[in-house]
Write a protein that binds this ligand. Structure first.
Ligand code: F3S
Length: 402
């Protein structure tokens, strides 16, 4: 890979340890993927924040980098393993909290914004159309590429950090226009009524697209929360972190539908629910906010929970960014949700918090949330916000369609 004189000097250590290490990572990646050069990035989003996933080895790696590593561009963080303020309320142990705080301190010393959210685009890290960025959270990468029209590969935690210290990333993969052509036409012929239907659609398309870029037709309208949910699901279940939705997402008008066509009908949506939902009726954990809740979703939850009471045996989490929670505080939604017995899980989520063995059965709006919760040995049920709240107040899953 070609390096400028300045980049060469960084590789030789002129800017210190963290930049040298970062250049080694970026050059190795560039060589593996055949990048011709590095390209400047406008922002970075770093995943791999939970101590649950990092362990002591990860913490040590971050502390080494934090000695002299300072980010060169706006850099935000993915969710951590706990709510950084109210971890006790969420049942997180003291030992875990201490380690997680050390992780956050290391990131903070690097100059990274301690945002701890998978929806950075809702809290101010909003790239421009066509801008090159280096993000790592898969749902955010898919949203950035497809809904915003920015350009990013799905970075790993270390390669995103390296891009932050250098301000550049190797120019390969989805940074190149020639790799952004759609390669399968997906015609949607199904009714999408509730938020979780978008997760089911993502499941179906992800499975059919199999590491390809879908060009989706047949959808006339989509709200931000629906696209957010779809992005998380489609990439979790198999597609590349980029899609085009004709008439909805930017850039779709530049392409025509590829000749290979698959049709997604109502049966496919039903089949997705059948695969995501387990045989279980007692629910002891309800979590809404995968990806992190927008303020609009929090308002819907508050509206549904007004004058109701969550059953004692069921834990209810609203996973969101601290910024969205602050807005919810001001608008009175927090009060309503907490009065009903719900808890805010800011800075964290059901996938990266240490939940293994704690709950038996989850109800959620999110197909991606179900995927990761199964890895935490939970049975899963997916439905609308209303259905999840019904499960929270009764402790039972009682979906009418089943
Ligand atoms: Fe976000 Fe966690 Fe879901 S990172 S997309 S809430 S699994």
């Amino acid at each position: 890979m070609y390096l400028t004189e300045e980049e060469q000097r960084m590789l030789e250590g002129e800017e210190g340890y963290a930049v040298r290490k970062s250049m080694e990572i970026l050059v190795a990646l560039g060589d593996i993927y055949g990048a011709k050069s590095l390209i400047k990035v406008g922002s970075v989003q770093v995943a791999g924040v939970s101590y649950h996933n990092l362990g002591d080895a990860g913490l040590e790696f971050l502390n080494e980098l934090a000695k002299d590593g300072r980010v060169k561009v706006l850099t935000t963080l993915n969710p951590a393993g706990m709510d950084l303020e109210n971890w006790q309320q969420l049942g997180i142990g003291k030992e875990f909290a201490e380690k997680q705080n050390l992780v956050i301190e290391a990131f903070s010393r690097m100059g990274i914004l301690v945002s701890c959210t998978c929806t950075p685009y809702l809290i101010g890290n909003l790239p421009r159309y066509g801008e090159h960025i280096a993000w790592s959270e898969s749902s955010a990468v898919t949203f950035a590429n497809s809904v915003i029209g920015a350009k990013t590969n799905r970075e790993g935690g270390p390669s995103a950090l390296a891009a932050a210290f250098v301000g550049k990333t190797p120019c390969y993969g989805l940074h190149l226009d020639e790799n952004r052509f759609p390669d399968i036409h997906v015609q949607v012929d199904a009714k999408l009524g509730k938020l979780s239907d978008w997760g089911a659609l993502g499941y179906s398309i992800g499975k059919k697209a199999e590491n390809r870029i879908p060009y989706i037709t047949g959808i006339n309208d989509a709200e931000l929360d629906e696209l957010k949910s779809f992005c998380a699901s489609v990439v979790t279940y198999g597609s590349k972190p980029l899609f085009y939705m004709r008439g909805i997402t930017p850039g779709a008008e530049n392409y025509t539908a590829p000749s290979e066509t698959v049709v997604i009908g109502q049966n496919d949506i039903k089949e997705a629910y059948d695969n995501i939902n387990d045989e279980v009726s007692d629910i002891d954990f309800v979590c809404i906010g995968c990806p992190h809740c927008s303020i609009k979703e929090i308002a819907q939850i508050a509206e549904q929970l007004k004058d109701r009471k969550i059953i004692e045996k069921t834990e209810f989490w609203v996973a969101t960014s601290r910024s969205a929670k602050q807005l919810a505080d001001k608008r009175g939604y927090t009060n309503v949700i907490e009065k009903a017995g719900g808890k805010f899980a800011c800075d964290t989520c059901m996938a990266v918090a240490p939940l293994k063995g704690r709950f038996k059965a989850l109800a959620t709006t999110s197909a991606k949330g179900c995927f990761y919760s199964r890895q935490n040995d939970m049975k899963t049920k997916m439905g609308s916000i209303e259905e999840c709240i019904e499960a929270a107040v009764t402790g039972k899953w009682n979906l009418k369609e089943e």
